[in-house]
Design a protein around this ligand. Structure first.
Ligand code: UDP
Ligand code: MG
Length: 320
């Protein structure tokens, strides 16, 4: 796909979300820009750095970097919009032929991009990087991640590949399509899978965070999983009709049994326990059902408002 008839280098856009990463910025830039200069003269790099409302010195450090390195565009968002929105902001500003999204805590080894470039040259449009092991996670994280991917892929129309994060390379044609998607709640993993294109997966070894700590706790990851499922599946909504039918069927049979029993043997006060159990059970099921409805109505409400995914305070560019 590279245009070999011209000697123009191909522009590679790196989209990098920064949220309180002040101590990682310098090394991130260094490792990214080291990729091309010597090893790949056919390519030049543009770095779209999104400052996702950091409260530390990330922004001034990024601006300083934009003086030192060529083709840097710093997008300063007006507040913390979350990683998904930050990625969307970055993807909306790319100019390159190829686009890479990568974490800025250096957990995603930038050197893998060279391997991705080769696959892009071979004609792949999406190159996913999959973590080769989850050894750095503790048991609960690992098993809940597995459970999430399994459940998600059973009940959703779109299959998302397991253990693939936001480290990936895409041809610009893929990014153009992603940018056309209108939804404001953006579950990027799902959207990436939804657009399709010719995809290949490579493996990488997750590195420990260079500095700082992860912004995602267990509760946020749980919400993120819910987000993923409700974004790409209406099965949780539909399943209630079946559960309702099943329970009604049972209750009906049970009611007939009770009526016959009462007619034959008279009423027995000790039935209190079974009544309570039934009432509480049905009540619980109804509440869950309402909760699921609420989840989807909430989503609809959010989409209907049609607010922008992010707001940019200011752009800073390298002077070149
Ligand atoms: N990030 C962001 N906005 C947020 C949280 C995180 O842009 O609200 C960025 C963060 O700077 C990093 C990437 O998303 O580049 C991954 O974040 P983190 O390392 O906290 O997540 P984990 O590696 O634990 O999944
Ligand atoms: Mg990380």
């Amino acid at each position: 796909m590279t245009d070999s008839s011209t000697s123009h280098p191909t522009l590679l856009s790196i989209v990098a979300p920064f949220y309180n990463e002040q101590d990682n910025v310098a090394q991130f830039f260094e490792r990214i820009y080291a990729l091309v200069d010597q090893k790949n003269p056919k390519y030049i790099i543009e770095l779209i750095a999104v400052n996702d409302g950091s409260s530390d010195a990330t922004l001034p450090t990024l601006i300083e970097m934009s003086d030192r390195y060529p083709r840097v565009c710093v997008i300063d968002l007006s507040r913390n919009f979350g990683k998904e929105a930050a990625l969307s902001a970055g993807l909306n500003h790319v100019n390159g032929q190829i686009v890479v999204t990568i974490d800025t805590d250096l957990q995603h080894p930038p050197e893998k991009i060279l391997e991705m470039i080769r696959l892009w040259e071979d004609g792949y449009e999406v190159i996913l990087a999959k973590r080769s092991s989850r050894d750095t996670d503790h048991f609960i994280q690992r098993s809940s991640a597995n459970a999430f991917y399994r459940l998600h892929n059973i009940i959703s129309d779109i299959e998302i590949p397991a253990d693939v994060g936001d480290f990936r390379m895409m041809d610009i044609s893929v990014v153009t399509e992603l940018n056309r998607l209108q939804e404001s709640r953006r579950f990027m993993k799902g959207l990436f899978a939804w657009v399709g294109f010719k995809t290949i997966t490579i493996e990488y070894e997750v590195e420990p965070r260079l500095s700082g700590k992860s912004s995602f706790n267990t509760w946020q990851l749980w919400n993120f999983a819910l987000e993923g499922i409700t974004s790409f599946s209406s099965a949780p909504l539909r399943v209630w009709s079946y559960i309702g039918a099943l329970i009604s069927g049972f209750s009906f049979t049970y009611a007939i049994y009770l009526i016959i029993k009462t007619l034959m043997y008279g009423s027995d006060a000790p039935g209190f326990a079974s009544i309570m159990v039934t009432v509480l059970f049905i009540g619980g099921v109804q509440l869950i059902g309402i909760g699921v409805l609420g989840e989807y109505i909430g989503r609809t409400y959010n989409e209907v408002k049609n607010r922008p995914v992010y707001i940019v305070r200011r752009l800073y560019r390298s002077n070149d």
